[in-house]
Design a protein around this ligand. Structure first.
Ligand code: F6R
Length: 249
């Protein structure tokens, strides 16, 4: 089942997403949160930090498991997703750092890194709420359009356009990551609840294709139509009038 919430703008969408995550943490203080990086969740994390600072939230028993990480980047590298999570969320709340998981970018053995991550997910007892952003090509995590849905944590080759786009953040082209470790579609689909946040007009076409179009690995997020508990939070610019029939009444 899919529930859709249409926000006025990015800040409003961020508050709705943060409210949903807060509710999860309040209802189940020892929950497992699946988390994402990228520009979309920045506002959501900011809001969670504000409510934490007010004294309204307690993350002391929460575990978190992130979607993905660049292969070869250390946690101290400011382009790593571990660094992103620490600076946008973990450093500002009372989550136990030992209970926060991001794939190990410094593990050179890809099989080992992925196997270990699948074990971490399995040992956690399962993800209660998975937060997702949506890529312009329909990717979720680093699951890019392909011929079949990739199942569990795996190592992906980044597309040349992603490598080129990231190049500006690094001193030399050699430092730019060429691969990433990412949860697979099966890991994501096994989350009990999935929260997708999509904002901005630039995402209006892909969000429509992902949730209202055919289910195909060419649009990886379209598989979420088969999940039984998906919440889509979008702003007006992203959702347009395409989701009016689905809006939660
Ligand atoms: C982030 C991730 C990506 C992003 C997606 C959208 O951990 O796995 O799939 O969610 O690329 O990115 P933004 O939010 O920057 O548009």
């Amino acid at each position: 089942m899919m529930r859709v919430y249409c926000a006025k703008d990015y800040d409003h969408a961020s508050r709705i997403a943060a409210n949903i995550i807060s509710a999860q943490v309040i209802l189940k203080p020892d929950c497992v949160l699946g988390l994402a990086t990228g520009s979309t969740p920045v506002g959501t994390y900011e809001q969670l930090v504000k409510w934490y600072e007010k004294g309204d939230l307690d993350f002391s028993k929460v575990h978190s498991i992130n979607l993905d990480e660049y292969r070869g980047l250390s946690p101290e590298n400011d382009q790593s997703y571990r660094y992103f999570m620490n600076t946008h969320l973990f450093n500002h709340i009372n989550i136990n750092p030992a209970n926060t998981f991001v794939p190990d970018g410094l593990e050179p053995d890809a099989d080992k890194a992925c196997r270990r991550y699948n074990e971490i997910i399995a040992n956690s007892g399962g993800i209660d709420l998975q937060l997702l952003g949506l890529g312009h090509n329909g990717h979720i995590g680093f699951n890019e359009p392909c011929d079949e849905f990739e199942k569990e944590t795996h190592c992906v080759d980044l597309t040349q356009s992603t490598i080129d786009a990231n190049a500006r953040f690094f001193k030399t082209i050699d430092e730019v990551p060429k691969q990433a470790y990412t949860m697979g579609i099966k890991n994501i689909m096994q989350a009990k609840k999935v929260l997708v946040v999509v904002t901005g007009e630039g995402k209006s076409d892909i969000v429509k294709r992902a949730f209202l179009g055919p289910i195909t690995p060419q649009v990886p997020a379209s598989v979420l139509q088969l999940h039984n508990d998906v919440i889509l939070v979008g702003d007006k610019a992203a959702l347009q009038d395409n989701f009016n029939d689905y809006l939660s009444k």
